[in-house]
Ligand binder design. Structure first.
Ligand SMILES: *Cc1c(COP(=O)(O)O)cnc(C)c1O
Length: 394
């Protein structure tokens, strides 16, 4: 690149800074909360973990929270709690992050990948019904983009067939379905606190449940399958512990939970801001015929982890993606459908895996930047750039 072109590019990047699709918000209050823990006696499982568990469970509408080292560990713990094992089948939607299916595979079970509703990209209850076999143990519903699934239908199907209903709510902390908060419906509800999610602990996750026995199993599972933790032993003045089942070290730190507690205070404001941004996008995008936001149902409170649009079939999504990135707009694609990942492609019968709704959507979807730190001007810059990118004018 010539010197002048290089300078021109740098000027453009300064005037049009990169807008990531998702990003954490860290304030001085968060930093102080973490520093306070660093000066205290506990770095790992201490008082902040229990406080964070109670606060998130209360916020999400469940009785017990079990915090672990990631959303993936939380999904694994949830599958362990309901004793999923070899020979079992767990129904999952095609459009999700790989961890939703991997948690069943970790335990030797088979994830059964089913198609999604083409309007919302949420798991299609009719597809769930059609894939139930005598081996089915659980359904994992994913609140894709932050929109709760059709839980009335899913709960009914789960109860009819005596299945566990697990909500992968990694996108939907703060969402409501028909006036009920996300953790009030499923048997186990899973959250992630990765930095792109609504609140962060650095890395972290949690399962919320109303069943004390399931919570107890997950507490053991995150600590090697040992029945007491080190603080309990200290307060009982005993050295004795025993391992009753095979577990992992999936503990989360007090450092992370102090950050999470500090973040949680700001979550209601952040959710409100995400809803404002979504409304701005939806209004502005009405002017671009080739761009259709995903359907948002009227009877839910969407948490807007992602703002996903669908481009008309005539539009070249790859070209739009490249043009947006060239203009410093961090668009993304969520997700390559599960059954198209080589790992799963090799493990499922191709006859079973024709998932037309997921496959058609995958070629057309684009996630626009969505996080509480976006300004109205950022949103307008994204929309006007998208308009140019679709028209091939940039
Ligand atoms: C983020 C995410 C996970 C995994 O969470 P980690 O904390 O990154 O392990 C699982 N499922 C979905 C739908 C997610 O978005």
């Amino acid at each position: 690149m010539g010197k002048d072109a290089d300078i021109a590019r740098r000027i453009q990047q300064i005037s049009l800074p990169f807008i990531p699709y998702g990003r954490q918000q860290i304030g001085e209050d968060d930093i102080e909360a973490v520093v306070e823990v660093l000066r205290s006696d506990w770095l790992t499982t201490g008082p902040q973990v229990a406080r964070f568990e109670e606060a998130v469970a209360a916020f999400a509408g469940g009785r017990h929270g079990v915090a672990v080292s990631s959303g993936t560990a939380a999904l694994h713990a949830a599958m362990h709690a309901i004793a999923v094992g070899p020979g079992d089948e767990v129904i999952v939607p095609a459009i999700t992050f790989v961890a939703t299916a991997n948690c069943a595979a970790y335990l030797g079970a088979t994830p059964v990948i089913v198609d999604v509703d083409p309007a919302t990209l949420l798991i299609d209850p009719e597809q769930v019904r059609q894939h139930i076999t005598p081996r089915t143990r659980a359904i994992i519903a994913v609140d894709y983009a932050g929109q709760p699934c059709d839980y009335a239908s899913l709960r009914q199907i789960a109860d009819e067939h005596n299945l566990y209903l697990v909500a992968d709510s990694c996108h939907s902390l703060g969402a409501e379905y028909r006036g009920r908060r996300v953790a009030e419906i499923a048997d186990l509800t899973v959250f992630s606190f990765h930095p792109v999610k609504h609140i962060t602990t650095g890395e972290g996750g949690m399962v919320v449940t109303n069943t004390a026995e399931l919570a107890e199993r997950m507490r053991r599972f995150r600590n090697h399958g040992i029945s007491t933790d080190h603080r309990q032993r200290e307060s009982l003045a005993t050295w004795f512990y025993e391992m009753t089942e095979l577990g992992f070290n999936y503990r989360i730190s007090d450092i992370g939970c102090a950050l999470g507690l500090s973040q949680l205070k700001k979550l209601p404001d952040w959710l409100a801001r995400r809803r404002e941004i979504a409304a701005l996008y939806t209004a502005a995008l009405q002017n671009i015929a080739e761009v259709q936001p995903l359907h948002a149902a009227g009877d839910v409170m969407h948490a807007w982890h992602l703002y996903v649009v669908r481009l008309a079939a005539s539009v070249d999504r790859a070209a739009v993606f490249q043009r947006m990135r060239a203009k410093n707009i961090g668009v993304n694609v969520h997700y390559l459908p599960l059954h198209l990942h080589p790992y799963y492609r090799q493990r499922v019968s191709p006859a079973v895996l024709q998932l037309p709704a997921a496959e058609a959507a995958y070629g057309q979807i684009l996630s626009l930047p969505m996080h509480a730190g976006l300004t109205d001007d950022d949103v307008m810059r994204v929309v006007s750039t998208l308009w140019q990118a679709v028209a091939g004018a940039c």
